[in-house]
Design a protein around this ligand. Structure first.
Ligand code: SF4
Length: 247
């Protein structure tokens, strides 16, 4: 097999390797074709596309896009994935997901906007000597002179300790690329009976970002050494590589 050399890594690459290195291997190294894609991933990325358009329009024109436009963006993005490829859970089909999207986007447009949207989907590359750390912040805002880096997430339930910790790891690595003081936060779009959007402040802990960087180094060593194995978990249910992996 050809030698694998990892020169740069993002938080999402790192987390997909630690979630299941087998799925990572099949996707990124073997480039195997997945069968099916989890509906929550299609939903999440489509909501993300609508949010991105919303905040970017505000950044450029200081005006809010109407929710009807956002909903059209959501649907256009969702339809990019052929319906037959989407793996739905027993709880929600397409109709329920579209209704949920409409509700969430209605709440989003009613929420207060920041004084300034500094950047949307902003890439920052930090050269750490042995590798480059790629950070992509969903949203960067400035209020009362203070910069905040946001990650936009969708979830069925409010965040608990585990999700907050994961968010802190992710955002703290993004913060490493900023020299000026920054706040960190999650915009959580809650897929509940009554949809809501919560702003959750995340504690900025430099040492947390640094320890993720150390773990990334170990991941790079693992990837370059060809180490991959099955991590059976709830993720297997909607994994596109089940037909190859046979967990
Ligand atoms: S089915 Fe499960 S163990 Fe197999 S690759 Fe997918 S997530 Fe990993």
């Amino acid at each position: 097999m050809a030698t694998i050399s990892v020169k740069s890594i993002s938080f999402s690459t790192y987390s997909s390797y630690i979630n299941c290195s087998e799925a990572f291997w099949l996707a990124k190294i073997v480039k195997a074709k997945p069968i099916g894609v989890a509906s929550n991933l299609v939903f999440g990325s489509s909501i993300h596309a609508a949010c991105q358009a919303y905040f970017d329009y505000w950044r450029r024109f200081k005006q809010a896009l109407p929710k009807e436009t956002l909903y059209r963006i959501f649907r256009a993005h969702y339809y990019r994935t052929p319906e037959n490829d989407i793996l739905y859970s027993e709880k929600s089909g397409q109709k329920e997901l579209f209704t949920m999207a409409e509700g969430l986007l209605s709440v989003l447009v009613e929420a207060p906007m920041p004084e300034e949207v500094v950047a949307v989907e902003a890439d920052k590359i930090t050269d750490l000597g042995d590798f480059r750390l790629i950070g992509r912040a969903d949203l960067v805002t400035r209020d009362k002179g203070v910069l905040t880096i946001w990650d936009i997430k969708t979830a069925r339930a409010r965040y608990g300790w585990e999700e907050i910790n994961r968010a802190q790891s992710q955002l703290s690595t993004y913060a490493l690329a900023h020299e000026e003081p920054v706040n960190l936060g999650i915009k959580l779009l809650l897929k509940q009976k009554t949809p809501s959007v919560e702003d959750i402040p995340i504690e900025h802990d430099k040492s947390c970002g640094e320890s993720v960087v150390e773990e990334m180094r170990k991941c790079i060593t693992g990837i370059e050494a060809g180490i991959h194995f099955k991590v059976k978990s709830f993720r297997c249910i909607q994994c596109g590589y089940r037909h190859i992996c046979k967990p």
